[in-house]
Design a binder for this molecule. Structure first.
Ligand SMILES: Cc1ncc(COP(=O)(O)O)c(C=O)c1O
Length: 387
């Protein structure tokens, strides 16, 4: 066989995000597809990393992460979630949430284990599961509410199920699990002895009255949860790729066994900067949320005015538009035409499902108000591709 014959990840193809961005550049469209902010994080945080570089903090960090950052994560969990964690044995610093998920899977999976993922699902989940030698099993809560119920989870559980991977606040739906949904997850996890892999990268992007709940705060899930998060979204520093996993000592040992052979050591000066970020004031977090609420409302009103049927997100910086209600049955071709004929890029939600069934489209509002206003102005001509 040729050494370059398709590998086990070839079937996943090229990321739709890269395609949309390339198309957006080609057609000079405003890119509301990309899922990262078009502005930089706080200056004092960037300065702290720069000082660390100039101050000689440029060699490998310890495997589990710089102590100052692990302690900052523990303090952050106490402050934002009222969850007590031990910085020494329960916090591991990883190269962004994505690498944290990979480390957790590589460290915990036994060949052939099944991992339940919830559609629509972030595109890195399934390849990560396959790389670890496990089998993804998708569940699809009913649209448009995307509510997770015990019945939906139960229908997917088999003798081989060992994990359930959840993401709240959710990309792309903007949903935040409520008490009943966490009860359903907890009850299934305990009944079937599952580990909950909880991707919480949008943890501070929760809009009143919705509240983000970290499953580590539930006594019944405390010893069977891996919380995975990062500074990327909360501090508008996605390019730093500094994240963490938090889990009981037994699970953390397994994660570190994988971490020592995947990344081993995460960028030292950026860890110092990340510790500064997590030490921010409560007021700065509130300001950050208020700014995002303004952007969210601006986009929501704009999409509503042009007739695109937006769904108000409870969290994240994503907003779905329910184009199916407008009779659109091919979200990919709709997004192509949106770029070419309207000058705005969005992501088709079929990219987040295995079957690729047409769904809503996702707009990101992690952009300045002027950019969002111009996008809304251009969207006034969307009727020509809806006709
Ligand atoms: C749900 C979700 N998880 C993880 C990530 C990536 O996080 P990180 O950059 O920290 O790896 C993203 C980024 O878009 C995301 O949407």
């Amino acid at each position: 066989m040729s050494p370059v014959a398709p590998g086990r990840l070839s079937g996943f193809g090229t990321s739709i995000f890269a395609e949309v961005t390339a198309d957006a550049i080609r057609h000079e469209a405003i890119n509301l597809g990309q899922g990262f902010p078009s502005f930089d994080g706080p200056e004092n945080v960037r300065r702290s990393a720069a000082d660390a570089i100039l101050g000689g903090r440029n060699q490998y960090a310890p495997l589990a992460g710089e102590r100052v950052l692990r302690e900052a994560v523990a303090a952050w969990m106490r402050r934002t979630q009222e969850v007590e964690v031990d910085a020494e044995t329960e916090v591991t610093i990883v190269a962004g949430a994505t690498a944290g998920l990979v480390d957790a899977l590589l460290g915990l999976v036994h060949h052939g284990d099944e991992v339940i993922i919830v559609e629509p699902a972030y595109d890195a989940y399934e390849p990560a599961i396959v790389m670890a030698g496990a089998v993804p099993v998708r569940i699809s809560p009913a649209r448009p509410g995307y509510r997770l119920t015990e019945a939906v989870i139960e229908a997917a559980v088999s003798a081989k199920t060992r994990f359930i991977l959840v993401n709240s606040p959710n990309n792309p739906t903007g949903r935040i699990y409520d008490e009943d949904e966490w009860d359903a997850i907890e009850s299934a996890a305990r009944r079937h002895d599952l580990i909950v892999l909880s991707d919480e990268v949008y943890e501070r992007l929760a809009f009143d009255p919705a509240r983000h709940q970290c499953p580590l705060g539930r006594p019944g899930l405390r010893d069977r949860t891996v919380t995975i998060s990062s500074i990327g979204k909360t501090f508008s520093l996605t390019g730093w790729k500094i994240g963490w996993t938090v889990a009981c000592p037994g699970i953390s040992r397994r994660i570190r066994e994988a971490h020592q052979f995947t990344i081993y050591s995460v960028a030292t000066p950026l860890q110092i900067g990340a510790a500064t970020a997590l030490g921010c004031t409560d007021e700065s977090i509130e300001r950050f949320q208020a700014e995002y609420r303004t952007r969210r409302d601006l986009l929501f009103e704009g999409l509503e005015q042009v007739g695109l049927r937006p769904i108000m997100p409870e969290g994240t910086f994503f907003m779905l538009a329910d184009i199916q209600q407008l009779g659109v049955d091919d979200d990919r071709s709709f997004c192509r035409r949106l770029i070419e004929e309207v000058g705005v890029a969005a992501i088709p939600c079929s990219a987040f499902t295995q079957g690729g069934d047409s769904g809503p489209v996702r707009f990101a509002f992690c952009h300045g108000e002027a950019t969002l206003r111009e996008a809304v102005r251009r969207l006034e001509s969307v009727h020509k591709i809806l006709a």
